[in-house]
Design a protein around this ligand. Structure first.
Ligand code: MN
Ligand code: MN
Length: 479
């Protein structure tokens, strides 16, 4: 018997030595780390609860940057070692830079993320009255990859800006204060769904044109008015914000889930809320930037808009904004710079594309290859390639670069795992990584796992948020 026992022991040692096993990150945390994890999650919950749109995320980022000694690049005549600045792009994207000790043309350590999230946008002429229902409603056009049925029968808030003809900007946020009203898309009751809705396929259970948000139900007291409920709502908007219906044509009003991010589970180990994808990577990379000493290589944190609709437009990662950022940094550090300097700063840069990964869903395990899937509570997920089908549209990071990332994470005791985006041919998706790779720099995807991605209530583990932060900070500090 002892011999068997010994053999088993040896076997397990050899197994430990040769195999790649991924521990639960909570089990790797001592008491002190656990309190850091909780503390970090508290700050994060405030950030995402107050950053429900890309514009709000940029504004809150600027506030945190300025509190920590960062200034707008326009306020700097020159940038020198240790200087900390930011560049805002149309109030929807932002670049953060910390000038390192090395030559600027040695390249930057880049962290990317995106702050747009799936939602319902208002159409240009959104307000209408449905006389049959005796209600006023907003017509919407959804943004990003949503499962439309998830957006009905849940309290919604309105966030955005109306820009008047004279350029005056009016901020609107309704539905977050406990005393505010909320808004909602009404689902059909089960009693009458049998024919109309029950036979529909999942993507059509609620159709795009059925995502109409209820905004009022009381007629104005004026017999000369035809659409009394609609006019009553317009009058309330006019009294409160001094806007008319035409002003809504030059507005960006986003309908988002109402309410704060909350602790989830008896053990409070997770956070449930709207917009973890991808504000969790924006927040963790921002915190990494705020908590490093002057690094060797210049840190560059790029926070984009429009990822959810393909990174298009001049605030998305597929725009010239990234090149503009490099040019502005070169101009402020070197003064006159050459095309060779421009090429060098890009080609010598290394990047982590911070974006979330699907965690293994306990009720739908068959969509994952479980050995190559991200699991909640096991740390940041390294995704060598994304894409769909035969890796179409993927950034496939080079093995040399993956080895470098492993080294940085291991040396800094980051809990990490690896994953693909589901089983082969199960579906797929992409991130901003491929647009940065177009500049001929090395970049890889790495971010925390999520459950219920793109839903109004996404779930993330606090320990994964923490290890994402640790990973990003280690990367910025690395050579
Ligand atoms: Mn994302
Ligand atoms: Mn997404």
């Amino acid at each position: 018997m002892p011999l068997v026992g010994k053999m088993e022991e040896e076997k397990s040692t050899l197994e430990d030595e040769l195999t790649f096993s991924i521990p639960n990150a909570w089990e790797q945390s001592d008491e002190e780390t656990e309190s850091e994890i909780t503390e970090f999650a508290e700050k994060y919950k405030v950030f995402i609860s107050e950053s429900k749109t890309e514009r709000e995320a940029v504004d809150n980022t600027i506030d945190l940057l300025r509190e920590n000694g960062f200034v707008s690049i326009d306020e700097c005549e020159k940038l020198e070692q240790g200087d900390k600045a930011y560049i805002v792009n149309k109030n929807k994207a932002i670049a953060i830079v910390i000038i390192g000790k090395n030559n600027i043309t040695d390249g930057c350590q880049i962290l990317t993320s995106h702050i747009d999230a799936p939602r319902l946008d208002l159409k240009a002429r959104p307000v209408y009255e449905d006389k049959d229902a005796s209600l006023a409603l907003f017509n919407t056009h959804y943004y990003g990859g949503i499962k439309k049925y998830q957006w009905v029968s849940t309290p919604l808030a309105i966030h955005g800006k109306v820009v008047k003809e004279d350029g005056d900007v009016i901020d609107i946020t309704i539905g977050e204060d406990p005393n505010d009203p909320v808004f909602a898309v009404s689902d059909l009751l089960p009693h009458l769904s049998k024919k109309k809705q029950s036979e529909r396929k999942m993507k059509d259970v609620i159709k795009g044109e059925e995502l109409n948000v209820i905004i009022g139900g009381k007629p104005i007291d004026d017999d000369d008015i035809d659409e009394k409920v609609k006019i009553n709502v317009l009058k309330i908007l006019n009294d409160k914000y001094d806007i008319k219906e035409e002003d809504l044509t030059s507005a960006e009003i986003e309908i988002v889930p109402a309410g704060q991010a909350r602790d989830l589970g008896f053990d409070k180990s997770m956070v449930g809320g709207y917009g973890h994808d991808d504000r969790v990577c924006a927040f963790t990379s921002l915190m990494a930037g705020l908590n490093i000493e002057t690094p060797s290589k210049t840190s560059l944190i790029l926070v984009y808009d429009k990822e959810e609709i393909g990174s298009e437009g001049n605030t998305g990662a597929n725009s010239r904004f990234t090149e503009s950022v490099f040019q502005q940094i070169l101009a402020k550090t070197l003064g006159d710079y050459s095309m060779e300097d421009f090429r060098n700063i890009m080609e010598n840069s290394k990047g982590i594309s911070g974006d979330v990964n699907p965690g293994v869903n306990p009720s739908f395990k068959s969509v994952h290859d479980l050995r190559n899937a991200g699991k909640m509570g096991q740390g940041i997920v390294i995704t060598k390639y994304t894409g769909a089908g035969g890796k179409y549209s993927a950034n496939d990071a080079h093995a040399e670069f993956v080895a470098y990332i492993r080294l940085v994470f291991n040396e800094n005791e980051v809990c990490w795992q690896t994953a693909e985006l589901g089983k082969v041919d199960e579906g797929g998706g992409g991130t901003v990584a491929k647009f940065l790779a177009n500049l001929n720099l090395d970049i890889i995807d790495a971010g925390p796992p999520l459950l219920g991605m793109h839903s109004p209530f996404e779930i993330i583990s606090k320990v994964d948020i923490y290890h994402t932060y640790k990973a990003y900070k280690a990367f910025l500090e690395a050579e």
